[in-house]
Ligand binder design. Structure first.
Ligand code: ADP
Ligand code: MG
Length: 343
């Protein structure tokens, strides 16, 4: 009944519960929330002191009694209680009230277990008292990137997020073959941090490592190689120090995790049925997720696989847009989603 109430229109939600970022799409409005999946908790009483962007700013800067937690860090729900609090906070932030009984589509990392998925659904159902549909990440990403997932043709999608890289081949509205590896943006940050420590005896924080990766990381020689100053703490003197690094240094730092991502793409190609592989050869591989923005990753993948590579228009939004499209066409797309307890 509530569904026909004009007050409830525009309240149906699609949520991309990502390991790095959570995004919410409201039916008829578009993306209304885009925040890091981070919660700062006061260890004394277990209460959240900040959620989202504000909490991310605190990473590496908290006093002892505050902990900045990423509840989905490795593509699994590392801290369920915190994850639930975060999800509820975000849903309330977009003013979805229980009384409007919003319908909801949630996209979760495909590495999570059935029990964890059930728990996410419970948290969302608690916040809305309505049925919650779950859509698999590669499916949502492919729809959001504008791929013709219902056609009898091979659509290959590579979603490089914070905690996981998901590679999948989709045809006729179903996932034909898929792989999820726990090497993505976070591993790249960690590789930068370790490299700077080992090569230059300089300690930097995880947020600085991410900034360096975003500003100057690459997977293929750049047209313009640059040098930048980075600041950290000298491991020998213990004092703050400034260091000059080049894009070549950072490329070397990223080499290993990037190879792991490329291997995941190659293994999936290897398992793809020949007809679909021929389609991919023609239509190319679609890159999405924040990691798709890494400099030269497309050239590198094209060089290593011999396939044409495309980068989604707004890679950080593909999943939430795809989930939003599934929400807008819930009856037609019902087959692509699962309801509570189906998995
Ligand atoms: P998730 O879906 O797991 O939440 P996202 O798709 O939101 O992840 O991507 C987040 C990751 O993308 C982070 O590791 C972030 O550092 C990385 N990222 C964002 N922008 C860039 C960029 N320009 N170059 C390289 N990596 C980027
Ligand atoms: Mg994602």
């Amino acid at each position: 009944m509530a569904r026909n109430n004009p007050l409830s229109l525009g309240r149906d939600l699609a949520i991309d519960l990502g390991t790095a970022n959570t995004l919410i799409y409201v039916r008829g409005q578009g993306i209304v929330l885009d925040e890091p999946s981070v919660v700062a908790i006061n260890a004394n009483d277990g209460r959240p002191v900040a959620v989202g962007l504000e909490a991310k700013r605190m990473i590496g800067r908290t006093p002892n009694h505050i902990k900045a937690i990423r509840p989905l860090k490795d593509g699994v729900i590392a801290d369920f209680e915190v994850c639930e609090k975060m999800l509820r906070y975000f849903i309330q932030k977009v003013h979805a009230s229980k009384w409007s009984k919003p319908r909801m589509v949630i996209c979760v990392p495909s590495g999570i277990t059935g029990v964890e998925q059930r728990a996410v659904q419970d948290a969302a159902e608690y916040a809305t008292s309505e049925k919650v549909f779950i859509i698999e990440e590669p499916m949502a990403a492919a729809i959001g990137a504008g791929m013709p997932v219902h056609e009898p043709s091979g659509n290959m999608i590579v979603d490089i997020g914070g905690g996981t890289t998901e590679v999948a081949v989709i045809s006729l509205g179903g996932i034909v073959t898929a792989q999820s590896v726990r090497v993505a943006g976070d591993e790249l940050d960690e590789a930068v941090l370790q490299y700077i420590k080992k090569e230059f005896s300089l300690a930097i924080g995880e947020r600085t490592a991410e900034e360096i990766k975003i500003q100057m990381g690459s997977a293929w020689p750049m047209e313009q190689e640059i040098t930048a100053d980075i600041r950290g703490r000298d491991l020998i003197s213990g004092l703050p120090r400034t260091l000059q690094v080049t894009t070549e240094h950072i490329r070397e730092a990223l080499a290993e995790p990037i190879s792991a991502i490329i291997d995941a793409v190659k293994t999936t190609l290897d398992k793809t049925p020949p007809e679909l592989a021929a389609d991919i050869m023609q239509d190319g591989i679609m890159l999405t997720g924040g990691g798709a923005l890494l400099g030269g990753l497309d050239e590198r993948l094209s060089h290593e696989t011999g396939m044409p590579i495309r980068v989604a228009d707004e890679p950080l939004y593909s999943v939430v847009i795809g989930s939003g499209r599934a929400l807008e066409n819930i009856d037609a797309m019902r087959g692509l989603m699962s309801l509570g307890g189906e998995r």
